[in-house]
Design a protein around this ligand. Structure first.
Ligand SMILES: O=CC(=O)O
Length: 325
């Protein structure tokens, strides 16, 4: 008998096509009422879950007695209570690597947009404000040759550093838990403590996973260490930054600007950020290209089907659960 797989919410037709021959697939749909109710009703019969953007821990999964695997279509896994899953022997998988370059592209788009005021001046032009040559009040700042500070030089951080160094001749600084001699060699990247990096960088780019250690890593004190001319880019998770402190720093012009893809509460609604033209606000689209989302879905399906077949999935977040499963 086929095992049952429950999607978190609507999934792409390609994903349905790949899964359907192998499993009994349940996809909650807004046409059939409340998604959360449909999800909860299907959980007790479910062997595998697939999707993204749904917090899952003990409270949500108590009734999921047959659950063997959660295949997350994301690289980050801060939505899941990993200890609880491990204790229950439920495998958790993610989709690393395939989104590295697209996410680095978006970090650079945010950085460029904030520096050269792309989004702001696009809105300005379309509002019919362009009557004569733009004056210095609307000038941006250079990117090439400036200092790029990467907080968290993992795969995505390294891809951003490469763009900065090789594409824009930037000086690259990084902070994090460990030194990266190969990247120091390749890109001339220099290690700094977080405080030193904040004081030296023209662009501070956050690329750390969210954890107890990185929650509010950038707060009032850290923002005060940044240069008044500096720009903060966050493509990691909203809660890595104390958003209220960031809004205050932007309102008081204590930093030049921000490029944000992630927020403490998503979707972002009614935020003071909306009134700040120097904050570029995107709706969490780091990996949202057709090609990358397809690659992520494929990788998530591979992980899910492997786990349901009793094989060790390629991207296992909690290997300790493998022994228990
Ligand atoms: O934020 C996106 C991801 O974790 O893949």
């Amino acid at each position: 008998m086929k095992k049952t797989v429950l999607a978190f919410n609507r999934v792409s037709p390609e994903l349905v096509e790949r899964l359907q021959p192998h499993v009994e697939l349940i996809v909650p749909s807004p046409e059939r009422g409340d998604i959360a109710t449909q999800f909860a009703a299907a959980l007790p019969h479910t062997h595998g879950l697939i999707g993204a953007g749904r917090p899952l821990g003990e409270e949500q999964l108590r009734s999921a007695e047959r659950l063997e695997v959660i295949s997350s279509i994301s690289v980050g896994y801060d939505n899941y209570d990993v200890d609880y899953l491990t204790q229950r022997g439920i495998l958790l998988t993610n989709t690393p690597d395939v989104l590295t370059e697209s996410t680095a592209d978006l970090a650079f788009a945010l950085l460029m947009s904030a520096a050269r005021r792309v989004a702001e001046l696009d809105a300005w032009t379309k509002a019919g404000n362009w009557k004569r040559t733009v004056e210095s009040a609307l000038f941006g700042c250079d990117v090439h040759g400036k200092t790029l500070g990467i907080v968290g030089l993992g795969n995505i951080g390294a891809a951003i550093a490469r763009r900065g160094r090789l594409g824009f001749g930037m000086n690259v600084l990084y902070s994090g838990n460990s030194r990266k001699p190969a990247l120091e060699q390749e890109l001339g990247a220099q290690y700094r403590s977080l405080d030193e990096l904040l004081g030296e960088a023209d662009f501070v780019c956050l690329v750390v996973p969210l954890s107890a250690q990185t929650r509010h890593l950038i707060g009032r004190r850290e923002l005060a260490l940044m240069k008044p001319s500096a720009i903060l880019v966050n493509i990691a998770r909203g809660a890595v930054v104390d958003e209220a402190a960031l809004i205050e720093a932007l309102q008081e012009k204590r930093i030049r600007g921000a490029g944000l893809d992630v927020y403490e509460k998503e979707p972002l609604a009614d935020s003071p950020l909306f009134a700040l033209p120097q904050a570029v606000t995107l709706p969490h689209i780091g990996s949202a290209t057709h090609e990358t989302r397809q690659a992520m879905a494929d990788r998530a399906v591979d992980n899910l089907l492997a786990a349901l077949a009793g094989e060790r999935p390629r991207d296992l977040v909690n290997p300790q659960a493998w022994r228990k499963a």
